[in-house]
Write a protein that binds this ligand. Structure first.
Ligand code: G6P
Length: 374
C-alpha cells in the first residue's frame, strides 16, 4: 500500500498533488494546438458520430451524484454557451423521485467517476427507456455506465482510491469543457473564444502545479480553522460549483459542517449567519462577474464578516482595500477553467483540516467510494 502512495501519507493527498499529471493524461491526444498546419480543435473519438445529434437536441440533461454532479454544474455554462442548447441539472436520486419527464429529443449526460453509482445507473435505464441519447462521462472503462450509454468520453484520470473525489473532479471538468468545444466546433462566431479555451486547457496542468504551491499556506489556514464548528463558502457563476464542492470536501473528510452558498442568494437568508466569528470563504477570482463578488465582499465586511478571499494574483488590494480579510491568491485562467484552479487550495484545506482533526482521510466514517445501493 505504501508503494502505491509513493511519498505521500494518504491517497487523497497523493491524488490532489497528482492533478497536473492526471489533467495531462485526460487531454492527451484529444486537443490539437494549431501547430503543423492542423487547425486548433478537439477530437473526442467516443463522441464523434453523435456530435450533430447532441447539437440538435432540445436540451442537455446533466445527471450525477456528489462530486460528479458538481463537475457537471461547473461545466454547465460553457456547454450552454458553445452549443446553444439549454442545459438542466439533475441529481440522479431526485430525477428518479420526481419521475422527471425525458424525451427522445433530449441528450442525457451521465457523469460518474466509478461508473457504478446505483442512482446514476437507474437514471440511465430510465432515460434510455424514454428514448434520450445517453452519453457517459466516467473514469472506469467497462463500468456499468460506460457499457450502458450510447456513447461517451472516458476521463482517464487514473484510479482514484481516496473516498473523497479530487482528481476525478478536475478531469471531469476538463472533459466536459472539451465536449463543449466539440459541440461548438462549427460555429464561426465563437471561434476566438474556443481557441483561447484550447490554449488555456493546454496551460491548465502548469497552472495547477503553480497553485499546489499553496500547500503550506493551506495547512496554516487549516490550523486557524481546526476548532471551528462551521465554514461557509460563497461563490457564483462558474464558482458556484467550486463553493459546493469545497463545502462537500470539508464536510465529508474533515467532518466539519460546511455549506456552499450561491452568492446571488446571500440576501435571501445566508446574510443572517454573518458575524465576527463565522469563517467565510469567498471565491472572487477575475471573471465576467467579479464586480458582483466585489460588492458581496463589501457587504460581508460591512457586517464584520470574518473573510478568507480567494482572488486572482495581483488582485488582493482591489478585492479587499481595507486589508480586513485573509487573502489567497491563485493563478488566472479562462473563466470556464478557473474552477479547476480554485478548487485545488480548498481540496488542500480539507485535507489538512482532516489530518489536524485526527480523522480518517481516505475512508471517512459512514461513506463509501462507490455507492452501489439506492
Ligand atoms: C460517493 C463518493 C463521492 C462521489 C459520489 C458519486 O459519494 O464518495 O466521492 O462523488 O459517490 O460517485 P461517482 O462514482 O458516480 O462519481
Amino acid at each position: 500500500e505504501q508503494i502505491m502512495k509513493g511519498n505521500y501519507e494518504h491517497y487523497m493527498q497523493k491524488e490532489i498533488h497528482e492533478q497536473p499529471d492526471s489533467l495531462t493524461t485526460t487531454m492527451r491526444g484529444r486537443l490539437t494546438s494549431g501547430e503543423g498546419g492542423k487547425p486548433k480543435g478537439v477530437v473526442l473519438g467516443g463522441l464523434k458520430e453523435h456530435v450533430d445529434t447532441i447539437r440538435r437536441s432540445r436540451r442537455i440533461i446533466f445527471i450525477g451524484c456528489g462530486t460528479s454532479y458538481h463537475a457537471a454544474l461547473a461545466s454547465r455554462q460553457i456547454i450552454e454557451q458553445l452549443s446553444g442548447v439549454p442545459v438542466t441539472m439533475e441529481l440522479a436520486s431526485d430525477l428518479l423521485d420526481r419521475q422527471c419527464p425525458i424525451f427522445r429529443e433530449d441528450t442525457a449526460v451521465f457523469v460518474s467517476q466509478s461508473g457504478e453509482t446505483a442512482d446514476t445507473l437507474l437514471a440511465l435505464e430510465y432515460a434510455k427507456k424514454r428514448g434520450a441519447l445517453c452519453v457517459g462521462v466516467t473514469n472506469t472503462v467497462g463500468s456499468a455506465i460506460a457499457r450502458g450509454t450510447h456513447c461517451g468520453v472516458h476521463i482517464n484520470a487514473g484510479a482514484e482510491i481516496g473516498v473523497a473525489s479530487t482528481k476525478a473532479y478536475t478531469s471531469q471538468i476538463a472533459v466536459m469543457t472539451m465536449i463543449a468545444l466539440a459541440l461548438g466546433q462549427d460555429s464561426i462566431s465563437n471561434r476566438e473564444m474556443r481557441e483561447a479555451i484550447i490554449d488555456d486547457l493546454l496551460r491548465l496542468p502548469e497552472k495547477v502545479r503553480e497553485v499546489l504551491k499553496l500547500d503550506e499556506a493551506m495547512r496554516e489556514l487549516a490550523r486557524e480553522l481546526v476548532n471551528e464548528q462551521s465554514l461557509l463558502v460563497f461563490g457564483r457563476g462558474y464558482n458556484y460549483a467550486t463553493a459546493l464542492e469545497a463545502a462537500l470536501k470539508v464536510k465529508e473528510v474533515a467532518l466539519m459542517h460546511s455549506e456552499g452558498i450561491l452568492a446571488g442568494e446571500m440576501k435571501h437568508g445566508p446574510l443572517a449567519l454573518v458575524d465576527e466569528t463565522m469563517p467565510i470563504i469567498v471565491l472572487a477570482t477575475r471573471d465576467a462577474i467579479q464586480q458582483k463578488q466585489q460588492s458581496v465582499i463589501q457587504q460581508l465586511l460591512a457586517r464584520k464578516g470574518r473573510l478568507i478571499i480567494v482572488c486572482t494574483e495581483g488582485d488582493s488590494v482591489k478585492m479587499c482595500p481595507s486589508g480586513k480579510a485573509k487573502v489567497i491568491e491563485v493563478p488566472h485562467i479562462a473563466d470556464c477553467l478557473q474552477t479547476v484552479v480554485n478548487i485545488v487550495p480548498l481540496q488542500l484545506l480539507s485535507y489538512h483540516l482532516t489530518v489536524l482533526r485526527g480523522f480518517n482521510v481516505d475512508q471517512p466514517r459512514n461513506l463509501a467510494k462507490s455507492v452501489t445501493t439506492e
